[in-house]
Each structure stands twice: as C-alpha cells, then as structure tokens.
Design a protein around this ligand. Structure first.
Ligand code: CTP
Ligand code: MG
Length: 430
C-alpha cells in the first residue's frame, strides 16, 4: 500500500480544458465565484489536502497564461505543471497523466468545474484509493427517476442502489493506466467507467450534494452562494450561533443610510452633485484592476498608480462635488510615492477630504465602458469594495457596465473608460 505519509507519491490532475458550452462561457473555469476564479477554489482546497503533494492543471491553450498568473499570484505551491488539454475530457485527463511528476503512486482526477470540493474529500478519496485501488466521490440519488421519450414518461427507474458520480476520483496509478489501456477508443465521462469496464472494483466515498458541478448558467448563483456561506463559516439555512449554542441575531438588512458616520446628522436640504469621466489605455503585461477588483485578463491599464479607472472617476467625482479639485492635484503623478499605488488608498483619502469639508456621500453611480472583458460578473464585488472605502453601504453604490458599440478608441478595445456621478449631503454636528 502507498505510504500516505509521503504526499510526494500522490498527485491531483485538475481538468480545466472544457469548452463550457452549456454555460455559454469558454472561460467557464475562470468565471468569478465569491470573488475568485472558479479554478482557484479547487486549487486552494488541494493546497490544504494533506495527502496530496503535487497538482497538474490541464487547461485550454487560451487560458494558460491567465492560469499561470493565478497560480503565481495566489501562491499555489503544489502546482507542478500546467499543460494543454484535449478534445474530450478523457483526452485532457490523459494529457494530465502524461505530465505527472516522477514517483507518483496515486492520482486524484478532479473537475475544475467542482469548486466546492473540500480538502477533506480529496484526502478521503486518496485514502480509500490507497486501500482499495480505486475510489470516487458520489452521492445517493435523491430524486425519483423517470425514463422519458419526447417529453413523455415511459417508466420509473428504481433508484435503490443508484448513486451520482462526482469528482475527485482517485486511483492507484497503475490501476488507472491499465483501465485506460484496456479501452483506448471508448468515450467516457469519468475514469470510474473505464475501471468498471476493465473489471476493477471502484469504491464509493460518500460526498455531499454541495459538491456540485457548475454546468448550466443557474449553477453559478448556487455555487456562488454556497461558497460565500462557507467562507462566512455558515451554511445556508443554518442559524448562526455564537459558539456557545446561543442564536446570534441575523445580520440587519442594509438600509440606504447604513455606514453613515456616527455623531453626524445629514442636512438633506444642502445637496451637491459631482461628475467625472476618466479613461486609461491598455498595455500587455499589466494587471487589470477595476473597482478595486483584479480581473484576470491578458492585458491591464497603464497609469502611474494601479490605473483603476473606475476608482479614479469616483474619487474625482467626490472631490468635484465638494469643489476640492481632483486627484491629480492631491496625488501628483510626479510623486514617486504614488507609483503603482492601490487606488483604494486614493479613494479613501478623497473621502477623508470631503468629510473634513463637512460632506457625506449619499450615493454613487458609476459606469464602466469597455468592449472586453465582461464586467458584469465582477460588479457585486466592486460595489462591496467601493462601499468599504467610503464607509457606506453597498446599497448606496451603483456600478454598471456597457460597451461603446465598437465606436472610437474604446470601441476598438484600446482601453477602458469610466464615468461616475456622486451626491453629497451637508452634515452638521449632532
Ligand atoms: N474538460 C476538459 N477537457 C475537455 C472537456 C472537459 O478538461 N475536453 C473539463 C472541464 O473543464 C471541466 C470538467 O472537465 O472542469 C467537466 O466537464 P464539463 O462540466 O462538461 O465542462 P465543459 O466540458 O467545459 O462544459 P460543456 O460540456 O458544457 O461544454
Ligand atoms: Mg463537457
């Protein structure tokens, strides 16, 4: 039996080279979920899986550079190789197996499309494969199953003994290689199928419905909500307790005035508005930061700071509403202190200045104008990040995006522009 105290004998192959056709997104595995690209969640779980020593990522050629940056940026130390995938899922698995480091005895195959897999499930599958030769995550089927022809039921399938297969699927490497060699032509949707056909017993490792595969558009919202709930240490529908079994008050829903400075009273009779347009050019080799969020893309915006065009527009609209000039005046580009500065610091400073002058933000509305990448999936996180900088609730921050319909420089994809308007109300001491 493989010595599981030596993770250098255990590798995971994460297949991420699909076309995402049912989701309608060729970059499915990079779709943002709870603020991170989908693939990052599996890689993070694998970093924490005690039995796994190395990881091979199989990616579509057009995503490889981005994935490389993700791995470096997040410091996923176990990633040993990123290789190109194949036409079918099993071809991608074969490419991953070919890139395994020397000395691997057990391999866990995992779909990047399952971002909710936890480190413990990887460990349980590897452990079971070490003991039995082949073991996969699966759940008993809960729904009543119907056989259907042309949308009419032709029969009910007895679900007793039926399980839905998931990943990870872990195997002793020689067992998997033997099973693959036995059925070279066959198209299959998982590796367990090959083992079954080769007469290898495959053990089941009971998993959870939450270990879902993101396949259709509606799965995104479910996976996102589950990941967010898990990150908050809370399962949806489960009452939060304070650790001593006491129920904790549910978080109050945000009201439009949440986050207002304590001890100040707004005088809505005195209102100011501010507006700003800003634009930055693209250049290769730069990170793309928008609204305080890093978006994985093959180029970024040029600027003295991190070139976050959206935060610049908002900061200037705030300063403009209070007639305090613009960020160029307060943070001159000639000042080396602001080279590659995090624009959230600039925004926080702009907010400090307007508050000092007796103003409080009542709302912000901003628009990003970009042909690519798609901004919509990042909007929720941008609103949160902007709201945090301003010390207000996200309900007071509007962010949306549009293209320029192919017209002009922005339409040709030469850069990104942003527009922001803000409303300020005068405050008086309580
Ligand atoms: N996969 C792969 N290479 C392929 C096909 C699929 O690496 N040629 C990977 C996918 O990236 C995904 C996993 O296998 O992580 C499961 O596949 P699926 O959920 O079907 O994803 P896609 O094939 O991308 O989606 P679709 O079938 O809708 O095109
Ligand atoms: Mg597929």
């Amino acid at each position: 039996m493989t010595d599981l105290s030596s993770p250098e004998q255990v590798a995971a192959v994460v297949v991420a080279a699909g076309r995402g056709e049912r989701l309608g997104a060729p970059d499915k595995v990079l779709a943002p979920l709870a603020g991170r690209p989908m693939l990052a969640w599996s890689l993070r779980a694998l970093e924490h899986a005690q039995t796994v020593g190395s990881v091979v990522i199989v990616a579509a050629p057009h995503t490889q550079e981005t994935i490389k940056r993700l791995v470096t940026g997040e410091g996923f130390a176990k990633v040993a190789a990123i290789v190109a995938g194949g036409e079918r899922r099993q071809d991608s698995v074969a490419a991953g197996l070919a890139a395994l480091p020397e000395g691997i005895a057990i391999v866990a195959i995992h779909d990047a499309a399952r971002p909710l897999t936890g480190a413990d499930l990887f460990d349980r599958c590897v452990q079971a494969a070490a003991e039995t030769g082949a073991a996969i995550a699966a759940i008993p089927v809960a729904d009543t199953l119907k056989r259907v022809t042309e949308r009419v039921i032709t029969g009910t399938v007895d679900r007793a003994g039926l399980w839905a297969a998931q990943t990870p699927q872990a195997f002793r490497l020689e067992v998997l290689r033997r099973a693959i060699a036995a059925f070279p032509g066959e198209t299959v949707t998982d590796e367990a199928r090959l083992c079954e056909a080769a007469g290898v017993a495959v053990a089941i490792v009971p998993a959870s419905l939450a270990n879902l595969k993101v396949t259709h558009p509606e799965d995104i919202a479910v996976a996102d909500a589950l990941l967010r709930a898990r990150e908050e240490g809370q399962s949806p529908g489960v009452t939060r307790t304070n650790g001593r079994g006491r129920r904790m008050a549910r978080r109050k829903p945000l009201t439009p005035l949440d986050g207002r400075g304590v001890g100040v009273r707004a005088n809505p009779a005195i209102v100011r508005t501010g507006i700003r347009y800003d634009a930055h050019r693209f250049a290769p080799g730069r990170r793309l930061i928008l609204g305080g969020v890093e978006i994985l893309y093959d180029q970024g915006l040029i600027g003295h700071s991190d070139a976050d065009v959206l935060l610049h527009a908002i900061a200037d609209a705030l300063l403009g509403a209070a007639a305090l000039g613009d960020i160029g005046q307060h943070f001159p580009p000639s000042d080396e202190r602001f080279r590659d500065a995090d624009s959230r610091d600039l925004l926080r400073e702009a907010v400090r200045l307007i508050r000092e002058a007796g103003w409080e933000p009542a709302n912000i509305d901003a628009t990003v104008i970009a042909e690519a990448p798609r901004i919509a999936p990042h909007v929720a996180l941008m609103r949160e990040r902007i709201a945090v900088c301003l010390g207000i609730g996200p309900a007071m921050v509007g962010v949306k995006a549009t293209t320029n319909e192919g017209m002009g420089a922005i339409g040709r994809g030469e850069g990104i522009a942003a527009l922001a308007t803000v409303t300020l109300v005068a405050v008086s001491p309580a």
